[in-house]
Design a binder for this molecule. Structure first.
Ligand code: NAP
Length: 252
């Protein structure tokens, strides 16, 4: 059985933080866990174990980090839309000979009454918007808002986790708030802004309350499809990740 002393979590998600907590509970001091964040969110919530913040500087530099920190297992628990860091993680783990596990949330499944319209990317979402409504609630992040900039006849409500570093490229009511959001909050937001259509990434995981609020209000949701996941061993939940680790390295 291979030895497991040092584990690196690529984080920035609720699952990554939950995994750090679950590993601390299960393995205690026998396992040194470091969580890596890109540094996009100011004041991230504390997690057990060590924290490193900021990009590695590409896959070769990440491979150097894996070697010098003597990481035994890399768990990629980044967001399904963070495709670049996941690709770098695969390349770096390969180059350094480090084991890698992907923790990837299950997809959201539509419920009866959901009016989801799939779009391959933000440009396709922008092209579909004008025939679906005049006020769009957009939760796809600060990057990529430029895709909607030419839709001058529409109103936008854009929700972001933190104030944008640069002014958004379109006129929008900005809502700065961190998830999770309760159904009541989401209902109120849709009503207050007279939202007619929602634009969301198909992030998956726990079903977002905005989807239920949109269904109740009969609103269409443009769902941006996920990028293809990186190949390799993968689990869909924190419990499955802990079980995978215990099975491969031995339960302690
Ligand atoms: P990305 O486009 O895949 O990655 C861009 C660059 O950011 C990477 O090449 C890497 O820089 C750095 N990076 C990303 N995640 C990192 C991590 N966990 N630790 C260290 N460096 C990291 O990523 P993104 O979409 O901007 O997402 C950034 C972070 O936000 C991720 O941790 C992700 O889990 C989280 N997040 C993303 C979304 C989303 O919709 N994209 C949603 C919620 C949370 P170097 O090349 O210099 O190493």
């Amino acid at each position: 059985m291979p030895a497991l002393e040092r584990l690196l979590i690529l984080g920035g998600t609720g699952e990554a933080a939950a995994l750090a907590r679950a590993l601390a509970e299960r393995f205690g001091d026998a396992l040194a866990v470091t969580t890596s964040l890109a540094g996009r969110t100011p004041d991230p919530a504390p997690v057990p174990g060590a924290l490193r913040v900021g990009g590695f500087g590409g896959p070769e530099a990440m491979a150097d980090y894996l070697r010098s920190a003597r990481i035994d297992l890399l768990v990629d628990a980044t967001h399904p839309f963070a495709a670049q860091i996941s690709r770098h993680a695969r390349l770096a783990a390969q180059a350094a000979g480090t084991a890698r596990l992907l923790l990837s949330r299950p997809r959201w499944q539509p419920k009866p009454g959901d009016r989801w319209i799939e779009a391959p990317d933000l440009d396709a979402a922008a092209a579909a918007l004008p025939r679906l409504g005049r006020c769009a609630f957009v939760t796809t992040g600060a990057r990529g808002l430029v895709a909607f900039a030419a839709l001058s006849e529409m109103r936008f409500v854009v929700r972001l986790i933190a104030p944008p570093r640069a002014p958004p490229p379109l006129a929008a009511d900005l809502v700065i708030a961190r998830p999770p959001f309760a159904l009541d909050e989401e209902r109120l937001l849709l009503q207050r802004h007279a939202v007619e259509v929602v634009v969301s990434k198909a992030s998956g995981g726990a079903r977002a309350a905005k989807l239920d609020a949109a269904r109740e209000a009969g609103l269409p949701v443009i769902m941006i499809e996920r990028p293809a996941p990186e190949p390799g061993p993968a689990v869909a939940s924190v419990e499955d990740a802990v079980a995978w680790i215990a099975a491969r390295y031995g339960a302690r």
